[in-house]
Design a protein around this ligand. Structure first.
Ligand SMILES: [Zn+2]
Length: 134
């Protein structure tokens, strides 16, 4: 029995009631669109997390630094123990504590009667230029 090919409306030729080639392409398009939507949703969720931070972490260049900063802020805020992360009081203002986040960034906390309140993230550069007399 000869295989009967026909031309579909799309212009492709093939067997069956519909064009399998077009269907396959449509499936791939749908998969790519779904992946794109998932990536977009993930990005949005990530962006929304910053709204809940006690200090602005958006200036940090890498996600792993943001995650680490969140952990440091949370733990120090909860425990009021800055030595956990090698924090040091500033010489010129003993109420301010500087906690290293990476080689380039540190997080400042203020000691308010024993409660350590996160102030902000500073780049190493900004940190050095905000020091009085520097
Ligand atoms: Zn087709």
């Amino acid at each position: 029995m000869p295989i009967r090919h026909r031309t579909f409306l799309c212009g492709h030729r093939g067997r069956g009631k519909f064009c399998h080639r077009c269907q396959q392409e449509a499936e791939i398009r749908a998969r790519v669109a779904a992946q794109r939507a998932a990536v977009h949703a993930e990005k949005q969720q990530w962006a929304q997390l910053f709204d809940h931070d006690l200090i602005d972490l958006r200036l940090l260049p890498r996600p792993e630094l943001v995650t680490k900063a969140r952990q440091i802020v949370r733990e120090i805020h909860e425990t009021n123990d800055y030595r956990l992360y090698k924090g040091k009081r500033l010489n010129h203002d003993r109420s301010i504590i500087s906690v290293p986040l990476s080689h380039d960034y540190r997080i400042l906390f203020q000691d308010r009667a024993g409660e350590l309140v996160p102030l902000k993230v500073l780049s190493h550069e900004a940190y050095n230029t905000t020091k009085p007399g520097a």
